[in-house]
Design a protein around this ligand. Sequence first.
Ligand SMILES: [Zn+2]
Length: 265
Amino acid sequence: MYKLIHAMLALLICAALATGTAAVSAQSSQPPAESASSQQSVNADAKPMTLGELRRKYSETFKFSGPEVKQIALTFDDVPDPRFTPKVLDVLKQHGVKATFFVVGHRAKKHPELLQRIHREGHVIGNHSYFHPLFKKKSVDEFKNEIKRTEKLIEKLIGYKPRFIRPPYGEINEEQLKWAKKNGYKIVNWNVDSLDWKALDKNKVKHNVLSTVGPGSIVLQHAGGGSGSDLTGTIEALPDIIRILRNRGYRFVTIPELLHEPKSL
Ligand SMILES: [Zn+2]
């Protein structure tokens, strides 16, 4: 009986994969110049690699942490947002901490002065796409367009093209990673998740960070969000997180400092 179920499952999975492959090949058959890489994408997408596999295969491009020294990089996603970003900036300024902010293009378009403030106060800007899509479901062209559109806007506002990209939800596929690698970008995820987007209170945000952080950690927090989001917990937890980690002997650095890479292309 179990054998029969297994055989049926295997058939179902094969059918699903075949359908997926057909859809991908139909989508990616357009530009003749890229037909070789499209062919690869059909093969790759037949069995998509997990983030862990991608991380191992592209360890020079796909980063989750830095070298194990007593440094920590705080990162703030989904900026700029006039409700939360200025408050996060105020706390960082009070404590003399420089961080890395991952910018959503359409928000920067609406609040250019806020992006300029982040830059002026010595923080590093990274690219977090234009409309915040789930990239692993998108084509390489869509990925490229989202990155380039945001990059152009950032360059116009602060004068450089960010090398560091954080894909929304930390999700990316192999073809997109290959494109990023070829074009000199670094994809930066995290190994400490504050889960602050869940509108957690100060103590929970603090606990999530302090219980998992270590040498070379990249910490994910947010300084912007959707219409219903509340990042009060993040803002209130930040002074304690900074104080406690400094007492443990850590230094706060930006992503380019942690990874020893230039911030711009
Ligand atoms: Zn995001």
